[in-house]
Structures are given as structure tokens and as C-alpha cells.
Design a protein around this ligand. Structure first.
Ligand SMILES: Cc1cc2nc3c(=O)[nH]c(=O)nc-3n(C[C@H](O)[C@H](O)[C@H](O)COP(=O)(O)O)c2cc1C
Length: 331
């Protein structure tokens, strides 16, 4: 199977894979906010895809497309099987995690420590490319620990690209494998966007997405002068309206209010409730919608306190929404 490049429009804006956060409910919400964004699942280990409960692990709603399945693992055969299963399930892309620094992941010899094993990543990518007809991409760091050699980073990319990966999501900092928690590893190692920019300049045939620390519309937009796309993680999750503003600014359309966007979720939410899903599993992803807005804290509080109660339904969301729309108190 020949390497697949992705449509340029389809990769400009994306939401990062985030464990425990970017589940199917979250992705549906992000899709409503950003019709043109590329969405990523939480990382799922290849072994779990092959042997585990796929209905749960690969849950995905038709509205989510385009959506990528992120895999963890380092055994080419297993990754190939998981990639095939992911493609059969309807995912639009398979992304290999070469950036996660957690102890558990290190013990399993995957994630960020794969930055030191380019040949193994290349074998894995080649096996996945051969196993499915959708693009296989890689999300990586700049290096691990005290790797500070740009040529070394590019050598990793070249080796993996030769195996059939055309798109790299670069979380533009190192992973420090000893002494930092995964959370610290998203904050402490310094960001070096210039490496991602240089990669695009030096390898124009590859698609390069920059990730890490992008917090505002202006920052995201500035990256587009240098690379093919911007991937947002925490900012998109904590301030989801940012995604909507970016989507409208970059792809056109009319800005909708937060309330309109929330109400656009109603059919999905009611359908999920009818299937027995608890409201709290969906509303936990909505809490940041009014971040920084009048009534935003009350909105968050009403949903946090009420969504786990038996029988909680759409009316709770209307109740929370009303608090954001009450007329301002006149002094
Ligand atoms: C709660 C959480 C879970 C994460 N899980 C994953 C994951 O499963 N796979 C992955 O490649 N990165 C994961 N990341 C890292 C993000 O994808 C992203 O690279 C990182 O947060 C930097 O981007 P940001 O500064 O825009 O958040 C996670 C980040 C967070 C905050």
C-alpha cells in the first residue's frame, strides 16, 4: 500500500489525543464546535484493540469524522492487526503514539521511549501501512532526556517517513523520562517550535503539525505560517469555545453563541440518555464552555453537582444555561 497524504484543509486544525478526556462524548462535542477539526481518540494499546472490548474501546459516533484512532504499542504485528481493526471500524487515520512519557508506557517500551528506536517505529509503521488503506501517522516529541541534536530528530523522522508515514504531529518539546510526571512533561521541558518549523522547511514533502502550549487563536494562527496545522490539547478541552472561534476564523461560517452550540448537543445527549448513558459522562466535557464568561462558574457548578444524580437529564443543562443568560445585575 502506498503512503497516504492527507488533504491540506483536513489537517490545519486538530484536537490532541488525551487519555480520559477525548472519549466519544467529548469528540462529538468538539465536532459540533469545530466542523472542520481533525479529532483524535485517547491512546488505546494495540493489544487492547486486538483482544479487548472493542465496543467500548473503539466507541465512535458517525458525526465524529474525520477521526483518528491513536494506538500505543511497539510490536509491529500487533500494531498492524490493531490498525486493520481500526480501519474496519471506520476510523480515518491511525496515529502511533511516540510521545507519552508515563512510567507504565516506558515499562511497556512504547510511547516517548520509541524516539530512541527509529528502526522499530519504522517497522511498526510499515506493518500498519501494509495492513490498512487509511493514512498512518506518528505523534512524537523532539527527543527524550538530553537529546538536543536537531539532526538526530530529523534522522528519526526520515527513518519513519521512509516506512510510509507522511504526517508527523510534533509535540515540540523533549520528554524527560526520569523524574517528571506526565503532567510535568507537558509543562517543564522547554518548547522549541523552531524545530517543527525547520522540519517543515527541510522536508517540505512531509506534513507537519505542531502541538504543545498553544493557548490562543492568535498563537494557533501564527503557526500556520510555518507548518501545515496546529493541534490543541488542554486549551481546547478547558476552553472549548476557542475551537469554535478557530474553526470559523480558518474555514468560514458564522460564529454561533455558546448557548446555540450547547443546544445543538441536545439530540445526541437525549439519545445517549435513552441508551442508558449517565448525563455526567457527557457533561464533564462541557464544563469549560462558558470559561471566563458571566455565569461560567455557576454553569460549571450546576452541572458538576447535578449531573451525577439519578434521573439527571437535559433539563439540568437548561438550568445551567439559564444562569449564563440571566440579565446582568445593574449596580
Ligand atoms: C489529560 C491528558 C491526556 C493525554 N493523553 C495523551 C494520549 O493519550 N496520547 C498522546 O499522544 N498524548 C496525550 N496527551 C498529550 C497531548 O496530546 C498533547 O500532546 C499535550 O497536552 C500538549 O498539547 P497542549 O499543550 O495543547 O495540551 C495528553 C494530555 C493530557 C492533558
Amino acid at each position: 500500500m502506498s503512503p497516504k497524504s492527507l488533504n491540506a484543509q483536513a489537517i490545519r486544525l486538530s484536537v490532541a489525543p488525551m487519555m480520559d478526556w477525548t472519549d466519544t462524548h467529548c469528540r462529538v462535542f468538539h465536532r459540533v464546535l469545530a466542523p472542520h477539526a481533525r479529532l483524535y481518540t485517547e491512546m488505546v494499546h494495540a493489544n487492547a484493540v486486538v483482544l479487548g472490548d472493542r465496543t467500548r474501546l473503539l466507541a465512535m459516533d458517525a458525526i465524529e469524522h474525520p477521526v483518528a484512532l491513536q494506538l500505543g504499542g511497539s510490536e509491529p504485528e500487533l500494531l498492524a492487526q490493531a490498525a486493520r481493526i481500526g480501519a474496519e471500524h471506520g476510523f480515518d487515520e491511525i496515529n502511533l503514539n511516540c510521545g507519552c512519557p508515563s512510567d507504565r508506557v516506558q515499562a511497556g517500551r512504547f510511547g516517548a521511549c520509541l524516539m530512541r528506536e527509529p528502526a522499530l517505529v519504522a517497522d511498526s509503521v510499515a506493518a500498519m501501512v501494509a495492513a490498512c488503506a487509511i493514512p498512518v501517522t506518528v505523534k512524537c516529541r523532539l527527543g527524550v532526556d538530553d537529546d538536543h541534536d536537531y539532526d538526530h530528530f530529523v534522522a528519526f523522522i526520515d527513518t519513519v517517513a521512509a516506512a510510509g508515514c507522511r504526517m508527523f504531529v510534533v509535540h515540540a518539546r523533549n520528554a524527560w523520562l526520569k523524574g517528571l510526571s506526565p503532567k510535568e512533561n507537558r509543562e517543564v521541558p522547554p518548547l522549541r517550535y523552531d524545530w517543527a518549523y525547520a522540519l517543515k522547511r527541510d522536508r517540505p514533502g512531509l506534513q507537519v503539525i505542531v502541538n504543545g502550549g498553544i493557548a490562543t487563536e492568535a498563537e494557533a494562527t501564527a503557526h500556520l505560517d510555518h507548518v501545515d496545522g496546529a493541534m490543541l490539547g488542554r486549551a481546547a478541552y478547558h476552553d472549548p469555545y476557542l475551537l469554535h472561534r478557530l474553526d470559523v476564523a480558518w474555514f468560514g461560517g458564522t460564529l454561533r453563541t455558546r448557548g446555540e452550540l450547547l443546544r445543538a448537543m441536545r439530540p445526541y445527549i437525549e439519545d445517549q440518555l435513552a441508551r442508558g448513558v449517565y448525563l455526567k459522562h457527557i457533561t464533564r466535557h462541557l464544563l469549560g464552555l462558558f470559561a471566563g464568561e458571566r455565569g461560567g462558574r455557576a454553569f460549571r457548578q450546576v452541572l458538576s453537582e447535578g449531573a451525577h444524580k439519578p434521573g439527571a437529564d437535559w433539563s439540568l443543562i437548561e438550568q445551567a444555561l439559564a444562569l449564563t443568560q440571566a440579565p446582568a445585575l445593574v449596580a
